[in-house]
Design a protein around this ligand. Structure first.
Ligand code: COA
Length: 181
């Protein structure tokens, strides 16, 4: 899958992304693995796993590199993973390097991804999850018109403690009927 927006390209990760030097990989590391920036081998494993999803048949996960067209700067990852129980539902995510925040990139990337989800992929429902205290993610999902459907209490164990999760979702017909700019 390759999605082109006015400022971005969302494309499959490629072997060349793995071959980057460690130092230049640091901003990429922040983008692909924001929870432990020091663990660059884990980042490489994550990129390696993303490349492996391209060979799935049929493909169920699109874990895409987000590249700023100008300068071909890799700033993060965005993706969709089909549900095992219901393949016409998918979980969506976006993670980017902090130096690229607040420039509308996440909104631009996920608008394109939702267009692909409800267009060529013919999905019925897309969900997204975040910590309820993650103001950036909450602002992002609300700016896309996603509906907050649930607040799960201490349903995940992360960083040595139990944490809450907010679940957002939108349907194909809701996305089609959204107010356009
Ligand atoms: C959350 C994140 C993806 C936002 O990326 P971004 O490129 O800065 O987002 P955008 O500039 O496209 O902003 C999209 C909307 O969210 C809002 N927003 C972004 N950061 C915000 C913040 N810290 N507080 C409140 N609103 C915020 C913007 O105002 C914008 O809304 P608007 O169009 O109504 O003005 C980024 O901070 C990130 O990668 N965080 C770590 C990973 C993560 O939490 N991912 C989301 C869960 S999958």
């Amino acid at each position: 899958m390759r999605l082109v927006t006015p400022r971005l390209v969302l494309r499959n990760f490629i072997e060349a992304d793995l071959a980057r030097e460690w130092a230049p990989l640091k901003p990429v590391a922040a983008a692909v693995q924001p929870f432990d920036l020091r663990d660059l081998p884990a980042v490489k494993r994550q990129v390696h796993d993303a490349i492996a999803t391209c060979r799935e048949e049929p493909r169920t996960t699109w874990d895409l590199a987000v590249v700023v067209s100008e300068g071909e700067r890799l700033i993060g990852r965005a993706g969709l993973k089909r549900g095992e129980r219901e393949p016409r539902e998918a979980l969506m995510w976006f993670v980017s390097d902090p130096s690229s925040w607040n420039q509308g990139y996440a909104h631009e990337a996920l608008t394109a991804l939702l267009g692909a989800a409800f267009g060529p992929l013919k999905l019925h429902r897309v969900t997204a999850e975040t910590s309820p205290g993650n103001a950036g993610a909450v602002g992002l999902f609300e700016s896309l018109g996603l509906r907050r459907e649930a607040h799960f209490v201490e349903n995940a164990f992360a960083g040595g403690r139990w944490v809450d999760t907010a679940l957002y979702a939108t349907l194909d017909r809701e996305w089609a009927a959204r107010p356009k700019p």
